[in-house]
Design a protein. Structure first.
Length: 131
């Protein structure tokens, strides 16, 4: 959200259990490839995306439209570059520090212990090879 940037980044993310991560890499890569394609489509089709989201959720499009302008939408390629640089680890660390300060977390856990970008990078290569 541009209201918090650059001090805080709320990364586009997905969460899975360690067991699923370890035992279903192929499914994760397929899921993430579809997610990358959807993110890339949304980045160039905001009006259609808002209309579809409004219809699916019953939330008026006029309520969704401000988020389009407030959010810094990243393509799969942009996320891949960020992941290659390791910058996302800093994003999570700053968020954790914010939550510790707010009393929502007890301590900061090194982001490298829970941020795993391998399946995303494999999915990005898959998408790039098909487009």
């Amino acid at each position: 959200d541009r209201n918090f940037s650059p001090a805080y980044k709320f990364p586009q993310q997905w969460i899975t259990s360690n067991g699923f991560y370890q035992n279903h890499q192929a499914s994760l890569v397929k899921f993430l490839a579809a997610w990358i394609l959807a993110d890339n489509w949304r980045k160039t089709h905001f009006a259609q995306d808002v209309a579809m989201t409004s219809q699916a959720t019953g939330i008026p499009a006029s309520s969704l439209q401000p988020q389009v302008k407030a959010t810094e939408w990243l393509s799969g390629q942009q996320l891949g570059q960020i992941y290659q640089s390791g910058a996302e680890l800093g994003w999570y660390t700053k968020l954790e520090q914010f939550f510790v300060q707010d009393g929502l977390l007890n301590s900061v856990t090194p982001a490298s212990q829970f941020v795993k970008t391998g399946p995303f990078m494999k999915a990005l290569k898959l998408v790039e090879s098909q487009t």
